[in-house]
Each structure stands twice: as C-alpha cells, then as structure tokens.
Design a protein around this ligand. Sequence first.
Ligand SMILES: [Zn+2]
Ligand SMILES: [Zn+2]
Length: 237
Amino acid sequence: MLSLRTTHGLRANEGLPVDAASYNFREMELHKKELPPIGTNAYCLTDSNRGEAIVIDAPEGGFAWASAIAKGAGCKIVALILTHGHWDHMLDAADFDAAGIPILLHEADRELLERPECMRDYTLPGIELRNAKISRWLQAGETLELLGRSMEVRPVPGHCPGNVLIYCAEGKLAFVGDAIFAGSMGRYDLPGGDLDQLEHSIRTQVYTLPEDTVLYSGHGPSTSVGAEKAGNPYVRP
Ligand SMILES: [Zn+2]
Ligand SMILES: [Zn+2]
C-alpha cells in the first residue's frame, strides 16, 4: 500500500488526483515535505520490507527530515536523486554526501553543480552553497534499479539542461522536478533554460506516460498526466 505522508501524519489521499486504492503495490510508502527557503518539495520513498529508502531532492532541512522518516520506517537511505542541479533542490546534498549516501544527478547539470556561482543572481542573500560529490552521473534513457523496482530516467530539459523525470511504472508515479507543475510549467528564463525545449520535453516525455501516472513536482501539489493533458494551459498535447 503506497500512502502519502506529510509531517502532520498520514493523509492517504492528500493531493492525489486519482483513487488512492490504485496505489497498493508492494509495501512502498511515499513521504513528501515542502522545505525552506523557497518551498521546494523533498520526497522519501521507503520500503520497510527491504529496509531501504531513496530520497528525491534535498532542500534545506531535507537530510534531517529524510533521515527521521527512514529511521522511523526501519530503512537505510540508499540513494539521493537530484531531479536537477538548481540550488534549492540540493542545499542539503552535502549532508547526504557526508553520510556516505550516493548522490545521482544528470550529467548535463554538471556545470550547475561545479560552478554554482552561475546561479548567484537567482539565489537568496546569505545562502551557503556547499559542494557535494556526485557518485553517479545519470544518462537519459537509462533504467535504475532502486528499492527492487525499475525506475526509468527520462530527460526533460528546458527548465535547465539536466532536469530528469524519474518514472516508476510499478508505482504509477513520476518525479518531475521543475519541468511541469499542476496547471503550470517550469521557468525557462534561468541559465540553460529554453521554452521550445521545455514544451518538447513535456509533450514527448511527460504526456507519453500512462494517463493515471501521478506527477510529483519540485514545487506545489501533485497532479497526473491525464489532468495536465486535459487542462494544462501552457502546454497542450
Ligand atoms: Zn529548478
Ligand atoms: Zn525548484
């Protein structure tokens, strides 16, 4: 049974656009938390049977939050996947690194990681950008085996060069970073962004997923492929 938790406790149907009953697959649980400083979502997928967890994105406080979730579920965090290399999604990556947790990021965002000063105009005053070591550079189209499930890495550039979508067919869910939001789409005016590319990514990589796939974005509520194809005002199928 997959359920969605916040720090306020179990809210099985919170934000889910389809019947939560469709989420019963092998003992995987999804936890979500919006974190500072600009309201970026962190996700933690736990599998108590395997004793393993993975974390998607690392905003400020993400390491402490995910560590507590994993511990509570009797799980060890086996990977941190960064959906892309923007600072608000990896403020805590150095803490995962220090704890020996492998970090995965698409190679097209290597420059964002190694030259964070290129985003200086877009960060907040006083934000400390700490370097983290990437253990594995993701390739578009590869399939990761995590928590005993296949997770497909789909490229969705346009918000930035290395934004990826992590698709778990078994869970009928995808983590999409900042490519698409419920009723909206990502910015394309940041370094490396491109509107045409972003629209193309959404049409070819997001809208081609099964309609009942739940999309978990880097900001805001979850949505589904079907809901966005039907109603997203920015990118029509
Ligand atoms: Zn971003
Ligand atoms: Zn973001």
